[in-house]
Design a protein around this ligand. Sequence first.
Ligand code: SF4
Length: 354
Amino acid sequence: MTAIPKPIHFDPIVGDPAEWIARIDVSSLNQYAACPRRFLFESRLGLDDPSHAHDRIFGTACHAGFETLLQTRNPDSAISTMESVYRSWFPPETDPDFAPKIPSIFDRSLRQFLTKYGLPNIEVLAIERPAALPLPNGDHLWTRRDLVARRPSTNQIVVYDYKTSRYCDSRWWQDQWHLSSQIHAYQYITQLQYPRTDVSVILVAFHFTKPPRLKKDGTAYANDTDCKQEMLEYRRPPWSVHAWLDWTMTLLDRLRADDARLLSGDLLDDIGRLTAYPQDFSGHACARFNRPCPFLDICAQCPNPLATLDYGRLVPAHCSRRYWDPTRGPLVTASPQPESTAPPQPEADESTKT
Ligand code: SF4
């Protein structure tokens, strides 16, 4: 095999390398677990695929709408919040391009959700607050729960997380969450904040689709589907949470070693292949979420995608650069509350009533 010429050109990297590990969050670590090479591209070099921009903005708008629903218990306010967030990016003229992920179908789906499940009887304690989850080895993992609430009838603490997925009503989609890192992280940090309290995680999942076409008799065509909504509750036992903590710390050790090699420049073997942040060869990561990875061409063709001074030519043309800092926003501490037999109360800085 012909040797690939050095040098390595990995500049610019994003963020402050001294804080990379200190600012790692659950999603990024999941990304590293799924494919360390993609993690390198996205989280260390900051390459981002803007073709997902509409989905992200639509998801953010739906989050805002659902949070408003749980806070105000008013569906009209929820729909208007969603629409105002969405419309700050996409005017009504673009709806035909982006349907079914548009406000009118969110409206339809939210009302279907309320018919199916009703309004949850909860007291909202916190919304979208970043929190540093302490690990037994002294590291921290950042997380951001969509919403933390209390069920007054049982004093249970529930963490809400919103998802959109075409497959939200399928068994395989639902089963993936039992061992999900996100569920464990939410359960662990919330349990630290509310010790001796029953904690569970609720996924609220939506699948948006255009309304089914109706026949003359008013019934839908058999092949047309409607929007779907699911509400699923997960609760992980302590042994599972401890196993997840071990897995997390092992991954962080691997990541720390890869980061050290990136920063030292010790990344290539003697024939010029990039050996840190290994590619995933399971065949799953390259087409996660039913989409090809935006770095597929680079991965398939370049033994060392960093081995060029003309770095720009190796960045996929459709990629922009961004850096996600999970610590943005007011912090939530994870120190346990004093033990008490009284009903759990939110921490002072978690109140959303102000
Ligand atoms: S193409 Fe596959 S191996 Fe390469 S970065 Fe993407 S997911 Fe990883």
